[in-house]
Unconditional design. Structure first.
Length: 161
């Protein structure tokens, strides 16, 4: 029996490297936020009746950065770091490296990660993507069909690590 750990709690499961990457991004955004506050203070002219265009632009950027910080802090607070042991149960889970064969021809390898870590350029696909959802909880030799713009494709799981 496969238990979908995603539904067990409201937590988002992250790999260790994904957690570290998001933590680094958060630290960078906080530095940017401090820099923007300093810039705004430097260009603010309390004697003027109108607001400087640069100050307005900086405040808008600060608002965007602050919003990103809040989202990342919430995501990290609601996350749980998973270890590689989950893939040892023989089923595809977050953190699994999955080798698949597409329609009996081409082989590809993907890492299944949370939506926060997904990066198709690095072969990291989200557990919430159509392919990720189809692969979650499957085992070696299972086949899944995905309807793509080029037609229906069959993916066979060749290996899980």
């Amino acid at each position: 029996m496969v238990i979908n750990i995603k539904n067990m709690t409201n937590k988002t499961f992250l790999t260790q490297s994904g957690y570290e990457q998001l933590s680094q991004e958060l630290a960078t955004l906080k530095q940017r936020e401090e820099h923007l506050v300093t810039q705004i203070e430097e260009v603010a002219q309390p004697d003027e009746s109108g607001e400087d265009g640069l100050a307005t632009q900086l405040k808008e950027e600060l608002e965007l950065v602050t919003g990103k910080i809040e989202k990342l802090e919430e995501a990290l607070e609601m996350s749980k770091i998973i270890n590689g042991d989950l893939s040892q149960n023989g089923y595809v889970q977050i953190g699994s490296k999955v080798k698949i064969k597409i329609s009996g021809k081409k082989e590809l390898e993907f890492n299944i990660v949370s939506h926060l870590e997904a990066d198709p350029n690095q072969n990291k696909i989200s557990d919430q993507s159509p392919l990720g959802l189809a692969l979650m909880g499957r085992k070696i030799n299972d086949e899944v069909d995905i309807v793509a713009p080029i037609g229906r494709l069959t993916y066979k799981i060749v290996a899980i690590s």
